[in-house]
Write a protein that binds this ligand. Structure first.
Ligand SMILES: [Zn+2]
Length: 306
């Protein structure tokens, strides 16, 4: 696997929507109860309430509505997202949005938010998702308690520590020797929706092995060379998408019918024509899938972002 390609090979251009944050996560503060208590009381501190993967949208529709700690349920577990050099801290809590709030998730908000706010929201939603799905000890079943400002759960019975889970998944844009790209459709998707192939990395498997296996299983294609493109968290609920470009050595498609019900090779002309006639639509602009397809296409895709 090579990570540097030739100039004429496709590359992701610009930042991925959910990979933009640069806020210091302040990991060294997570066990400092004195600092955490003071940060929670500080007037500049901001709290993000996460409710089932959604956050409250700001008045401009392209920001999130932060809360002062005083307006947040005192009993909620405080998850530290980070702090900056000016002494501002950001926290997340799980809870309900104010009745007047409009709520949205990352598929909608991700591409609209400023860089650092996007990073904070991805961190918050991923962390809240993990706590919601992992309330008990995986060893003994006892309810665990939150530690390290939300970045650990600890079992009060056997002392075991449990860390936030991230599930690696490969996602790949495959081209053939005519520079056509392979896009497939999941059986549950709308009839016009096509995307790159993707799948979870299995235990004991390298990324290269996962790529070859997923592509073979889903469409019966063999790939020769793979090149790393980039990655972004995809907290629906806990994935990390690892993007690649790959070159196929075979072109005869055999879909598995389970993960992929339909797949074909597309030229750029095919894409323009099929989008124009309403037979082809792509994933939304928050997704790395869309960005991989754009990298191959050579610019923004025709049609409205899904
Ligand atoms: Zn336990």
């Amino acid at each position: 696997m090579s990570i540097s390609g030739r100039a004429d090979e496709p590359h992701l251009r610009g930042s991925l929507a959910l990979s933009r944050g640069r806020i210091d996560r302040a990991a060294e503060r997570r066990d400092d109860d004195t600092w955490l208590a003071a940060a929670w009381r500080a007037p500049q501190t901001l709290v993000l309430v996460v409710d089932d993967g959604s956050v409250a949208v700001g008045a401009d529709g392209a920001s999130v509505r932060w809360m002062p700690p005083a307006d947040v349920d005192e009993s909620a577990d405080r998850l530290l997202l980070g702090a900056d050099v000016d002494g501002r801290a950001w926290f997340a809590v799980a809870g309900a949005h104010p009745p007047d709030a409009r709520a949205a998730g990352l598929r909608e908000l991700g591409p609209l938010l400023p860089d650092d706010e996007a990073g904070l929201v991805v961190h918050a939603i991923a962390l809240v998702n993990w706590h919601a799905a992992h309330p008990c000890c995986a060893r003994c079943g006892t309810r665990t308690t939150i530690a390290a400002a939300g970045h650990v759960r600890q079992c009060p019975d056997d002392g075991s520590m449990h860390f936030p889970r991230t599930d690696p998944a490969i996602i790949v844009l495959i081209t053939d020797e005519q520079d056509r790209c392979l896009l497939g459709r999941h059986p549950a998707w709308p009839a016009d929706r096509f995307s790159t192939l993707a799948g979870f990395v299995e235990p004991g498997e390298s990324l290269e092995q996962a790529l070859a296996r997923e592509v073979r299983e889903e469409v019966g294609i063999e790939i020769a060379t793979t090149r790393y493109a980039g990655s972004q968290p995809w907290p629906f609920p806990s994935s990390l998408m690892l993007g690649f470009f790959a070159t196929a050595t075979t072109t005869d498609i055999q879909v598995d019918g389970a993960e992929i019900s339909e797949a074909r090779w597309w030229s750029r002309d095919d894409v323009v024509e099929q989008v124009g006639s309403g037979k082809l639509a792509f994933p939304g602009s928050a997704s790395i899938a869309r960005r991989l397809i754009e990298a191959w296409f050579g610019g923004p895709l025709p049609g409205a972002p899904g």
